[in-house]
Design a protein around this ligand. Sequence first.
Ligand code: IDP
Ligand code: MG
Length: 142
Amino acid sequence: MSSPNERTLVLVKPDGVSRGLVGEVLHRIETKGYRLVAMDLRVPGRDLLAEHYAEHHGKPFYAGLVDFMSSGPVVAIVAEGQRVVEGFRSLAGPTDPTVAPPGTIRGDLGRDWGHGITENVVHGSDSRESASREIKIWFPEL
Ligand code: IDP
Ligand code: MG
């Protein structure tokens, strides 16, 4: 279902921020035509990340994922537009940057750096339900 005010949560992950890719990610969101609703640069705490990644608790990569995501600043973004959840997932590309197709954010800007955890530049909500849950976690004021 689409709706005029569909929203998604995008994160530029610590690898993306430290490599200077925030502008490039914002450029892709904006040139695709989505509207920026909120944006914040911060180092996320482990409690917030535990909530954000609740679906991954207990998986072998969970501890490494939280270590990676709390290792430096991230930029949290809320973007809006018809079908933006699906649209941003399409812009981001599949999880593994080594095989993500060229043309996608992960395919163009990401690679395996040999650090164990999958560093893939961005997060994007995977459904409207996840988006609304995640936006409340990162931007409770919205
Ligand atoms: P997604 O970000 O494409 O939605 P998820 O399966 O939700 O992928 O995983 C969340 C994040 O956890 C990924 O973006 C990636 O950073 C990391 N990750 C996922 N699977 C693995 C894995 O098998 N090994 C290491 N890290 C992983
Ligand atoms: Mg996911």
